[in-house]
Design a protein around this ligand. Structure first.
Ligand SMILES: *Cc1c(COP(=O)(O)O)cnc(C)c1O
Length: 399
């Protein structure tokens, strides 16, 4: 059976050139990058090259790149590490802001911090299209707001957030505080995992202080990520050991993985320029085909403000899980909500935050495309899906 993979938001197939670049570091070049001998030097050189490739992609200095075990760890270090450092400055009560639609790797850090007496957390809501408002954001800022974490592109809906506007507001507040000699600093972190494929992640253009990326979402390997930490920003480690990565991420460097993410980022510009149109074309074809051939389907999101590879579609009256299983039986891989939340039958926190009713959120399917998908594959989905939906609606209990 032909297999059709439409779950690129969960993970992507690895680029063969990336794998080729990694291979020697599993075998002949197996040295520990911190060893002093020649084996170590070779590994260390490969890490340095990857750091420079990453810096090129981010438009930052190589010294501002911290390699981690993934974006989950990058988010944890950014958020918990920064707050821990700020708490050492005796600022008194501090206020931090995130959005309601963040990845659990961000949300759960904020939920943890919220339990501390000296920390107040605000969760910026989204509109029905899944997008935060910069005006609402501005209203949330207080004199003691020290940190904002706002994702770039949402993993479930593909909704693109107004990161630039958020950064501008933050800059304005910082300038005002500087003039007034206020004691509170203000830092901006973005989880750019889902943006790195098709959007510019130039940290200077975006005006961010901290940014998280993941290897396996950009045709690179799993188990490796990047945290951009702007010069002079002090983070406290949240993990202890051998002091690798400027003490921020103790643990033997994953050399093959680091080589892989550095290599994968080299292809980012290519993807942005050539693949973005192709992928969004296929995605539009899918949305059109599905909505024309199936009644009661809604796009959870806004066509004008969505990443090129996402389509989150809500099928009224049925459970997303049964659609997913029926499609899988036909060799078509999609997801409900986010991969991490799969298995749990809770409706997606992102869709609920958009004001979608619980029973409708249960009927959501996330299609996320990649550059290896073809028109033929999308035609197959458009042909198979109406029958599946019709059958499931027939057997669904009426409420
Ligand atoms: C996948 C994902 C993560 C987690 O990345 P890992 O490298 O798998 O830990 C974090 N944020 C977003 C938006 C994601 O899509």
């Amino acid at each position: 059976m032909q297999k059709i993979y439409l779950d690129h938001s969960a993970t992507t197939p690895m680029n063969e050139k990336v794998l080729d670049a990694m291979m020697p570091y599993f075998t002949s070049e197996f040295g520990n990058a911190t060893s002093i001998h020649t084996f170590g030097q070779k590994a260390s050189l490969a890490v340095q090259r990857a750091r420079e490739n990453t810096a090129l992609f981010l438009n930052c200095k190589a010294s501002e790149v911290v390699f981690t075990s993934g974006a989950t760890e990058a988010n944890n270090i950014a958020i918990l590490g920064l707050i821990k450092a700020l708490q050492k400055n005796n600022l008194g009560k501090i206020h931090i802001i995130t959005s309601t639609i963040e990845h659990p790797a961000v949300l759960e850090c904020f939920q943890l911090l919220e339990k501390e007496d000296d920390i107040e957390v605000s969760y910026l809501p989204v509109n029905s299209k899944g997008i935060v408002s910069k005006d609402e954001f501005e209203k949330l800022i207080k004199d003691n707001t020290v940190f904002v974490s706002m994702m770039y592109v949402n993993n479930e809906t593909g909704a693109v957030q107004p990161i630039l506007d958020i950064a501008k507001t933050i800059k304005k507040v910082k300038e005002k505080r500087k003039k007034e000699g206020a004691k509170f600093p203000l830092y901006f972190h973005t989880d750019a995992v889902q943006a790195a494929n098709f959007f510019s992640c130039d940290v200077k253009d975006l005006g961010v202080d901290l940014m998280s990326l993941s290897g396996h979402k950009i045709s690179g390997p799993k188990g490796v990520g990047v945290l951009f930490v702007k010069d002079n920003i002090v983070l406290e480690p949240i993990q202890f050991g051998g002091h690798q990565e400027k003490g921020l991420r103790s643990g033997t460097l994953n050399v093959p993985g680091i080589v892989g993410i550095g290599e994968a980022l080299l292809f980012a510009e290519d993807r942005r320029k050539t693949n973005s149109k192709k992928v969004s074309g296929l995605r539009d074809m899918l949305i059109e085909g599905v909505t024309e051939n199936i009644p009661d389907v809604v796009l959870n999101g806004d066509m004008d403000n969505i990443s090129p590879f996402h389509a989150n579609l809500g099928f009224k009256g049925i459970e997303g899980e049964s659609i997913l299983l029926d499609l899988d039986f036909e060799g078509i891989a999609v997801s409900t909500g986010s991969a991490c939340a799969s298995g749990a039958l809770n409706p997606s926190h992102v869709l609920l935050a958009m004001g979608i009713r619980k029973e409708d959120a249960h009927g959501a399917i996330r299609f996320t495309l990649g550059s290896s998908n073809t028109e033929k594959e999308i035609e197959t989905v458009i042909e198979k899906l109406p029958k599946i939906i019709k059958r499931l609606r027939k057997i669904a209990p009426k409420n």
